[in-house]
Design a protein around this ligand. Sequence first.
Ligand code: G3H
Ligand code: 13P
Ligand code: ZN
Length: 329
Amino acid sequence: MPLITTKAMFKKAHEGQFAIGAFNVNNMEIVQGITSAAAELQSPVILQCSAGARKYANHQYLVHLVRAALEVNDIPIALHLDHGPDFATCKSCIDGGFTSVMFDGSHYPFEENIEKTKEVVEYAHAHGVMVEAELGQLAGVEDDVSVDADKAHYTKPEEVVEFVSKTGCDSLAIAIGTSHGAFKFTPEQCTRNPETGVLEPPELRFDILAEIEKQIPGFPIVLHGASSVIPKYVKIINEHGGKLKDAVGIPEDQLRKAAKSAVCKINIDSDLRLAMTAGIREHFDQFPEHFDPRQYLTPARNYIKELVAHKIKNVLGSEGSAAAIMAIA
Ligand code: G3H
Ligand code: 13P
Ligand code: ZN
């Protein structure tokens, strides 16, 4: 089937109290790992590309990799621009085959965010494309997305009705304590579990989420910065030459709870990076004489597949929902 928008996905996710995984893609092995897991579990999936991914891989390669995944796997897939920085980037993705774009105006003052988001919404809707907008600011550092912790702030529930109605956006990313990257909390912000030795971060602000839900009932909410930084992959990386001390993510029980609420889309990138790096490091440690990329990218792709299957089953709850979404898309 062709690429679909996120509309049918969010409708079914809301009705079924699950969330759609939005996974960042940068190359072929990542696309293959994600979509083969989703196909085995008959789950819908959103494949998203950041501005950095487009710079790295080139727009055309990404679009054609995703189209190839659609030919190979019979599942609903949406292609989404992650953190679109401006109208021009959003337009280029809308014109170039994406079915959904995010315009990230979260760093602008409220009125300016509305104005700029609205401009993207008008163009996108005229072309049948959905728009995700953002209110509130997450902390964290990625290549092209960087916000200091002291500049981050939670979404204000009293602003969401005005924002959503004035912009006409189709989904809203909110800030309730998640953040980008593999180091979401400092050790000082966490408590160390005396039995497991694992650092446990503070709870997400479910009170703010509940208040937002009350203001805009049934409206699709998006959680960015939602990697759980799975200890298994961090451990493999550190045991094979890596240095990722005190990497901390969002506990999976909290993400599961969010997926059962108005949160319809959960963004995951850092966990993919960790899984892929774990596969490569482990392989090179075991086989230092290898230099064929197919040798070390095979375990990397396998770990991505394993990770995505785990997320679909245990965090997102989207397993088995592909057919119902395809029927109404
Ligand atoms: O939220 C940001 C994503 O993890 C994308 O990161 O800009 O380094 O591709 P990137
Ligand atoms: P993570 O860094 O937690 O994976 O978040 C990814 C994200 O929000 C992409 O937009
Ligand atoms: Zn993000």
